[in-house]
Design a protein around this ligand. Structure first.
Ligand code: ADP
Ligand code: MG
Length: 140
């Protein structure tokens, strides 16, 4: 067991429906601490760079456009095994397949507009946190 940090993004479908607080409650009630947070509007080139690992996927162009369709809230979550803990709080990529009580099941609109992003490994978490935050922005 180890204390980790992971990158979370509250996506445009969720900010549009004013769900930032409801989603943050899921993290906090499960023991994850929000140690950095900011609301930003991604440019297309920022979204393309962030999702570069998916650039060969059929959904890449649509995904990048969707991620620029409104504000997002980017945040660093910290806690015991934060990467896998957050993935379990989020639920499966497709809300239709997500377990009851997960963010994506309760709030997701579609496989694309699935309300939240979360890093999938500790290595990617470090890269993704550095993409959005400087050390000085993260207050533990
Ligand atoms: P996750 O976000 O669960 O890690 P992926 O990394 O596979 O899932 O995909 C990144 C994001 O791309 C998803 O969260 C979702 O917004 C979008 N996405 C994934 N698969 C599809 C798909 N088949 N059609 C449309 N959008 C998708
Ligand atoms: Mg992913």
């Amino acid at each position: 067991m180890a204390i980790e940090q992971t990158l979370s993004i509250i996506k445009p479908d969720a900010t549009r429906r004013n769900l930032t607080g409801a989603i943050n409650e899921r993290f906090e009630s499960r023991g994850l601490k929000i140690v950095a947070q900011k609301r930003i509007h991604l440019t297309l080139s920022q979204a393309q760079k962030f999702y570069d690992v998916h650039k060969e996927r059929a959904f890449y162009d649509d995904l990048c456009k969707y991620m620029t369709s409104g504000p997002v809230v980017v945040q660093v979550l910290q806690g015991e095994q934060a990467v896998t803990a957050n993935r379990s709080i989020m639920g499966a990529t497709n809300p239709a397949n997500a377990d009851d009580g997960t963010i994506r099941k309760d709030f997701g609109e579609s496989v694309e507009a699935n309300s939240v992003h979360g890093s999938d490994s500790t290595e990617n978490a470090k890269l993704e946190i550095n993409f959005f935050f400087a050390d000085i922005d993260i207050v533990t």
